[in-house]
Write a protein that binds this ligand. Structure first.
Ligand code: ADE
Length: 235
């Protein structure tokens, strides 16, 4: 999979692309990530890429020309045209199922906004999918793009060593994860539940399911509706 990121601050991505699992995925060429500085596509002498909105209003908007020029500079395979994604608080809210869907695409182009927003012709011309990472406003789309890249890349086959680890985690079955323990068996008086070292696989699975349900009902009752639907579909 190829991911292009268009940003005014490409240096912000250095940390996440050079650390941990993403760095390994890049090295193993399981994912190919390209950064494009939108400013390189400005026509203006001071490389500015924003302007005041017509008819007034607060702040500045990203101009269409540098965005279109940057997008058009990206090589792509005509058999797999890229999916353009605009990071914006106005978009659909990103979820685990969105990450799973996007992890199956050949080519994503993430466009990070800044300032008050985008000139509407960026939406009209590129027809991007618009994604928000939650109902709050950040200073730009870079952190949301990092969230997408991280959550998508880890779902690409081979990126995580243990394939099972994405199957049992929170959200993948619509529930939060059950509590987990490692050694020592007793820490500061807190004991690992006996069932977990009983060796009784069926009972352990039941315990995990029960604990995942309890935790979801307590912390995220809103997830229960989807979880009920999922279990209905699987039945
Ligand atoms: N840009 C600013 N805030 C954002 C958000 N919550 N999600 C996506 N892009 C954004």
């Amino acid at each position: 999979m190829r991911i292009d990121i268009l940003s005014l601050f490409p240096a912000m991505f250095k940390g996440i692309l050079e650390s941990s699992i993403l760095a390994i995925a890049l090295e193993k060429k399981l994912v190919d990530i390209w950064l494009t500085d939108i400013r390189n596509f400005s026509y203006a002498s001071h490389r500015n890429v924003d302007d005041r909105p017509y008819a007034g209003g607060p702040g500045m908007l990203l101009k269409p020309e540098p965005i279109f020029r940057a997008v058009e500079s990206i090589p792509h395979n005509p058999e797999h045209p890229p999916l353009y994604i605009l990071l914006t608080p106005q978009g659909e809210v990103f979820q685990q199922k969105t990450a799973l869907e996007l992890s199956q695409k050949e080519h994503l182009v993430l466009i990070c906004g800044h300032y008050e927003g985008f000139d509407e012709r960026i939406r009209l011309g590129l027809k991007p999918r618009e994604i928000s990472i939650g109902d709050y406003v950040l200073t730009g789309g870079e952190i949301p793009a990092m969230v997408l890249v991280d959550s998508i890349a880890r779902l690409i086959p081979g990126v995580l060593g243990d394939i099972e680890s994405t199957e049992h985690e929170s959200f993948s079955n619509g529930l939060l994860e059950y509590p987990q323990y490692t050694r020592p068996p007793v820490f500061r008086g807190m004991e690992v539940p006996e069932i977990l070292y009983s060796g009784h696989h069926k009972k352990i699975e039941e315990w995990k399911k029960q604990k995942a349900l309890e935790r979801t009902i307590l912390r995220r009752p809103d997830l229960m509706k989807n979880a009920a639907q999922n279990s209905g579909e699987n039945a």
